[in-house]
Unconditional design. Structure first.
Length: 265
């Protein structure tokens, strides 16, 4: 175990916890009705992220997100040669997190699909697949219809994820810059977590508020292997790539750029 780099351990377990707490809150909300309203899901996400950062920050810097890693490599001093390895650790941690949640909520998931006449892997099963991957607009535990799809076009969804991730990265850069005398210091992780809570509360009803390609792609891949087949990659067309991978990466670079040119202390 001593041969495993500490940064890999940090990114793996940190992203695992992010998915476990975050996607776990969605599982509890959709499958059991445990959470009432988007804010209760959002606050669990935020607290989960803060916890993951506090636990793993000393090991790896607690990126826990490819958008953070890429932005740090572009705008800060993070070694570019380590980007792929960091992203791999994040993807692996997120995948294991999804698998653990499937084990815990497996029975509840089966009952939910049976009660709501959802056939896993068939059209409409995004209603249950949403506890892993993300869709726009937010299905809210129901199959998407033409009427509900009209709430969020693909290009608006892309822009939403770019803006949300840019704001998140701007907060991360500003709160971790030692030259910022007003930075929250010991409350840095809490501030980042609460920023995610705010963003999910605002944007979650529209795109499910991704901001993190590893958080979406790994659980999405797991759901495809767990019986949903092509559904997770077909419901929004190429949106799984453009909205939930490319948009957060672009947003992260935008947020880092805004920090570099306007906020650098």
């Amino acid at each position: 175990m001593q041969k495993i780099p500490k940064w890999f351990i940090g990114e793996f377990f940190g992203t695992f916890l992010l998915v476990f707490f975050g996607c776990g809150s969605i599982c509890a909300a959709v499958l059991t009705g445990a959470q009432v309203g988007v804010f209760q899901v959002a606050i669990v996400w935020g607290l989960g992220i803060a916890t993951a950062i506090y636990l793993t920050g000393a090991l790896s810097g607690a990126h826990l997100n490819p958008a953070v890693t890429v932005s740090l490599a572009a705008w800060s001093h993070f070694p570019r040669g380590r980007v792929v390895a960091y992203v791999a650790a994040q993807m692996f941690g997120a995948f294991v997190g999804a698998a653990v949640l499937y084990f815990i909520f497996g029975d509840a998931l089966t009952v939910f699909e049976k009660v709501n006449h959802i056939v896993r892997g068939q059209p409409g099963s995004e209603a249950s697949a949403m506890v892993f991957g993300e869709f726009f607009p937010n299905p809210g535990g129901h199959p998407l219809t033409e009427e509900t799809r009209a709430r969020m076009s693909s290009w608006r969804a892309f822009g939403t994820e770019v803006i949300g991730t840019a704001i998140l990265l701007l907060v991360i850069f500003c709160t971790t810059d030692e030259r910022n005398v007003a930075r929250p210091q010991v409350l840095t992780a809490a501030t980042i977590g609460l920023t995610v809570t705010l963003l999910i509360s605002l944007l979650g009803p529209l795109t499910m508020a991704c901001f993190n390609p590893a958080r979406d792609l790994s659980p999405r891949l797991f759901s495809s292997l767990a019986g949903w087949g092509a559904v997770p990659f077909a419901v929004n067309g190429w949106g799984w790539l453009t909205v939930y991978i490319l948009a957060p990466l672009a947003g992260g670079l935008l947020g880092g750029g805004i920090y570099r040119f306007f906020f650098r202390y």
